[in-house]
Design a protein around this ligand. Structure first.
Ligand SMILES: Nc1nc2c(ncn2[C@@H]2O[C@H](COP(=O)(O)OP(=O)(O)OP(=O)(O)O)[C@@H](O)[C@H]2O)c(=O)[nH]1
Ligand SMILES: [Mg+2]
Length: 172
């Protein structure tokens, strides 16, 4: 089954959390964030689902602050909030952002990506720290590293299925 639409995913996180590296991993299967990212990057992926294969096309947008810019976020099919596990969590910033999203007319689903788990021995923010946010935002948590290809491909496939299921729910 092919979905004709293009799903826009916005990766939102403070500078250095790894947004470009994650996008590079998805699009090019390298984590060279140095790749000049002019224009928008897109990627087609195939996702096994209920014995068949679904085709998805994504377009990625990077936003380097959680200020909540309604214009930038407009039209996003989903939002990936990117955190760096080696940095402390600014809960009030995230709560402000969550409130902003709740106020939007079209509320895109939120996903939480805790990046750089390859540096887990230096981590100061871990899954249990993110769980309260996950509950208030109804967002799945993905423990990922842009250097660990499988963590990124598992995340993007799971997001694809969740987006599709959410969309089908709305239709029914
Ligand atoms: N160890 C490790 N380093 C990472 C990982 N992901 C990104 N980095 C590094 O973190 C730094 C920042 O990564 P970027 O991808 O440029 O981060 P960004 O969020 O796009 O940053 P801005 O574009 O400035 O907002 C770079 O030095 C990356 O190599 C990861 O999973 N593990
Ligand atoms: Mg970047």
């Amino acid at each position: 089954m092919t979905s004709r639409r293009i799903w826009k995913l916005s990766l939102i996180g403070t500078p250095g959390t790894g947004k470009s590296s994650i996008i590079s991993r998805i699009v090019f299967d390298t984590d060279a964030s140095g790749t000049t990212m002019r224009g928008l990057l897109t990627k087609k992926i195939k996702v096994p689902y209920n014995g068949s294969t679904l085709d998805f096309e994504f377009i990625f947008q990077e936003i380097d602050s959680m200020d909540g810019d309604a214009k930038l976020i407009a039209g996003s099919s989903g939002i990936i909030l990117v955190f760096d596990v080696t940095q402390s969590l600014n809960i009030s910033e995230v709560n402000r952002f969550a409130k902003f999203v709740r106020g939007l007319e079209k509320k895109p689903p939120i996903f939480i990506a805790a990046n750089k788990i390859d540096r887990k021995y230096e981590a100061i923010t871990w899954q249990e720290d993110l769980e309260p946010l996950s509950k208030t935002m109804d967002a799945s948590i993905y423990m990922i590293s842009s250097r660990m290809s499988d963590t990124i491909s598992n995340m993007i496939k799971d997001i694809a299925i969740k987006l599709m299921e959410k969309k089908n729910e709305k239709r029914n």
